[in-house]
Design a protein around this ligand. Structure first.
Ligand SMILES: [Zn+2]
Length: 323
């Protein structure tokens, strides 16, 4: 009788121990799960995600900012990173075409956040029925994206919901302050016309009332044909822009062919935020840099030239005089 009792008690104790262990194990797991892991395609999207989650998880982007997202092929490790993410953020099938099939898999479509589907975005087109995908260059879109990310992460990690909401408010206030600063910056009449290498900046340009005179490429995947090049040469001669906003992956050969001896200042834009640290203010810094590059092109100020010269020594590229 007693032996039977003690056996039962031992069993209860054992069960209790197992139960406590199991509970501990799952609480550790759920704590680990609370660290939200966000993977984005391009770095500017990572910067927006970082502004929301700061300190409560990790963010990463798969596309090297030195590379063109228009000619990107995913490596096996990119696939693993996206598959392991809690939230995978991309612009949409029109931009990251190589991801369309990947995200179509049912288990991935659930955790993907497709930016083009977020309601309330300010969208522009580049052709009839074709949305311009460079939507992260309008800071009001960045705010809408941050709001969507904050809703998603709060659902995954309700413990830190207040922190996410505070971070979002801070980001919104930062964007507001930057917008007023940039509207002021671009309120002066530009000194001369400017051209862009890749017609990728209309989100930024329209937000701040800017307009390029010419562009060389509409779609980086479709280089211009001989007739277009001849037309472009003519246009550059006629409009005589004083500055070209280019990018690191621009083809110097194409630029030189189009310019055909027309002299102008060329400024390389950091379109994918390669020079910006991924911290809570990363996106704001990215937009500030973009604005500085535009201002240098538009106003060609002494002070801005000094800034550009310092950029050359820092990064080994920046201003150059093309022939
Ligand atoms: Zn582009």
């Amino acid at each position: 009788m007693t032996s039977c009792f003690s056996k039962t008690r031992r069993l209860i104790n054992q069960t209790r121990r197992v139960l406590i262990c199991t509970l501990l194990f799952f609480s550790v797991i759920s704590q680990a799960r609370a660290e939200v892991n966000i993977v984005t395609t391009i770095r500017p999207l990572q910067l927006i995600a970082e502004a929301v989650i700061q300190g409560h998880g990790s963010t990463a982007s798969i596309i090297d900012p030195q590379q063109s997202p228009h000619h990107f092929s995913m490596s096996p490790s990119d696939r693993v990173a996206l598959a392991q993410a809690d939230i995978a953020i991309w612009v949409g099938p029109a931009f990251e075409t190589y991801l369309t099939d990947f995200f179509a898999q049912t288990n991935l479509s659930e955790k993907s956040l497709t930016l083009i589907d977020i309601p309330g975005l300010r969208l522009h087109t580049i052709a009839e029925d074709q949305i311009d995908a460079h939507l992260w260059l309008d800071s009001s879109n960045a705010v809408r994206i941050a709001q969507a990310i904050s809703t998603r992460v709060a659902a995954l990690d309700p413990q830190n919901e207040v922190a996410y909401r505070d971070n979002l408010s801070r980001f919104e206030a930062g964007v507001d302050a930057l917008n007023s600063e940039l509207l002021q910056k671009f309120s002066r009449q530009p000194k001369a016309e400017y051209a862009v290498y890749h017609n990728a900046y209309q989100y930024f340009e329209k937000q701040f009332g800017l307009r390029h005179a010419l562009f060389i490429l509409q779609d980086p995947e479709q280089p211009p044909g001989i007739h277009e090049i001849i037309q472009l040469r003519q246009d550059f001669q006629n409009r005589a822009p004083s500055c070209l906003l280019s990018q690191t992956d621009a083809s110097a050969e194409l630029v030189n062919t189009v310019l055909n001896g027309h002299q102008l200042q060329s400024i390389s834009i950091d379109l994918l935020a390669s020079r910006v640290r991924a911290d809570q203010d990363g996106y704001l810094q990215f937009m500030k840099n973009l604005a500085d590059d535009f201002a240098a092109c538009l106003y060609n100020d002494e002070s801005l030239n000094a800034l550009l010269n310092s950029k050359i020594t820092l990064s080994g590229r920046g201003t150059s005089w093309l022939n």
